[in-house]
Design a protein around this ligand. Structure first.
Ligand code: ADQ
Length: 492
């Protein structure tokens, strides 16, 4: 089997609990695959001279991690990735900030990672770059002479062209995506948005199948929804330990209806809106008093970004308000847990909850929705209430699909979930579980890699590659030049 080279912002340790979907999804899919994974170690150093690479081996996985400088962290990570790309891709232009030094920091870090990958690359490797932190990495690798098949997967939504135009470097960004052989998206909508941009603003044209021709080069754009390791998650949810935990959750005197939400604290996850919907449930359906509890597990993320610190304050305020207004000595309506929980414990909590409340305002996929489905007892399953703005809603149509901005609609859906007859719950669950299994982490990875492998040139590794590499270097050289204006012409 060929070695797979993965590059992502963080390379999670396989033995650690993390609240990130990307790491969980790749680790779940990587079983038995010979792989090298490059990422940021999470450490900061004061200058570039102090950057050194740490190599760790876990079975067939080798991880290469390196620190970032404080300046990189400020400009690349906080400044461009978190303050520009993340809000734009989630349609939050009100929160987006653009600064030339930040886009330069983004280019700088991408160039550094490209050099690091290049110095450890084998001729037969497949390269798979993950997510928005590394959009230009592929073009950088081509400039350094890499001839390997190059794939990219976008875990977050691809915005509509009208929104993406707000990023000053929009032409450069999407052209950089076109430097890959294969670009993967979570949903049809994301792929369509990408194609609309390529055809509308880069002069690209749709070819047969999934191919697009842009400036004489072909890029294949595929839909490949991210998934979970369904067997291992089901195993965790049905373990003896899980059964004990569920029993404890439902012990006498505790509320009978458990509603669960699990999300990183992020403004895209719709957490304040969810709490307001739960409050509305208690107002509209007072029979839930002393009966229903919302357990919201929400570990903080990006605490050094002001928009994130605000969410935490807002959440804590809302929990206090709801508990103060509706709670009683023997009933706490909202249980708020602000830290990471072991995956096994999470699986048990899902299984012990009658309603899974997954209501992001916008989300690439949302793996929590899939985890909730798989954790259920097939004979007495809970009901998934899912935002129409989660990528998962494209597939999981038998969930109760809601508009997360409308607290009344969400409250009515939760009430419908609580009172849904068992036969209907089973029927919906069977359809959902079949789809989640069909699109699990393994199929996500193999589906993508199958398309990428088809890009492999039979000449790889041969001497006569040199002229081809030179042509490629020349083709991508412009991308490393100083930032371009939106009006500049593009030849990819
Ligand atoms: P996220 O937005 O991070 O990632 P999401 O799909 O919501 O991912 O998954 C979060 C993961 O973290 C789940 O596996 C969940 O169980 C876990 N998790 C969350 N809170 C936790 C806690 N407190 N303790 C332990 N585990 C916790 C991005 C995109 C998503 C996309 C994924 C995968 O934003 O839209 O689904 O990548 O492609």
């Amino acid at each position: 089997m060929q070695r797979l080279v993965i590059v992502s912002n963080r390379a999670p340790r396989p033995d650690e609990v993390s609240s990130g979907g990307l790491g969980a999804c790749i680790l779940d899919a990587l079983h038995d695959h010979d792989a090298a994974w490059f990422g940021w170690s999470g450490d900061l150093v004061s200058n570039e001279g102090e950057i050194s690479t740490t190599c760790a081996r876990y079975d067939q996985l080798t991880q290469f991690t390196m620190p970032m400088t404080e300046r990189d962290y400020r400009e690349h990570y906080l400044g461009f990735c978190n303050a520009a790309l993340w809000p734009v891709h989630h349609h939050r232009l009100d929160l987006a900030r653009f600064a030339p030094e930040c886009s330069e920091g983004y280019r700088r870090v991408n160039r550094r990672f490209a050099r690091k990958v290049m110095s450890n690359l084998h001729a037969n490797d497949l390269i798979w770059v993950q997510d928005y932190h590394f959009i230009p990495l592929g073009a950088n690798l081509r400039m350094l002479g890499a001839a390997n098949p190059l794939g990219f997967f976008l875990h977050i939504p691809f915005p509509t062209p009208e929104v993406l135009l707000a990023v000053p470097e929009h032409i450069w960004l999407v052209s950089s995506l076109c430097a890959y052989d294969v670009v993967g998206f979570q949903t049809n909508t994301d792929r369509q948005n990408f194609c609309r941009f390529v055809c509308g603003f880069l002069g690209g044209e749709a070819m047969s199948g999934n191919a697009l021709r842009v400036g004489g080069k072909i890029v294949t754009a595929v839909v490949c929804p991210a998934g979970i390791d369904t067997d291992s998650f089901y195993g965790m949810a049905t373990s003896r330990r899980a059964a004990l935990q569920i029993k404890q959750l439902r012990r006498d005197g505790e509320p009978r209806i458990n509603i669960i939400g699990v999300d990183r604290q992020d403004y895209t996850k719709g957490l304040p809106e969810r709490l307001r919907s739960f409050r509305r449930l208690l107002e509209l359906y007072p029979q839930n008093h002393k009966a229903a509890t919302l357990m919201q597990i929400a570990p903080p993320s990006h605490e050094d970004v002001p928009a994130y610190a605000q969410i935490r304050q807002e959440l804590e305020g809302l929990c206090g308000e709801i508990n103060g207004q509706h709670g009683d000595v023997d009933w706490t309506p909202v249980r708020y847990i602000c830290r990471n929980v072991a995956r096994e414990a999470l699986a048990a909590l899902y299984r012990g909850s009658q309603v899974g409340l997954v209501t992001p305002l916008r989300d690439g996929m949302n793996l929590v929705a899939k985890e909730y489905v798989i954790a259920q007892d097939e004979d007495d399953p809970g009901v998934l209430v899912l935002s129409r703005f989660a990528g998962a809603a494209e597939d999981l149509r038998e969930a109760l699909i809601v508009n997360p901005y409308d607290p009344d609609e969400v409250a009515h859906a939760v009430q419908r979930a609580i009172t849904m007859p068992r036969e209907e719950r089973i029927e919906r669950h069977q359809a959902l579980a079949a789809r989640v299994r069909e699109r699990d982490a393994h199929n996500w990875m193999t589906g993508f890699l199958r398309v990428l492998e088809a890009e492999r040139s039979p000449a790889l590794g041969c001497d006569y590659l040199a002229p081809m590499q030179q042509r490629r270097r020349a083709r991508y050289a412009w991308m490393d030049a100083r930032p371009m204006s939106a009006a500049s012409s593009v030849a990819v």
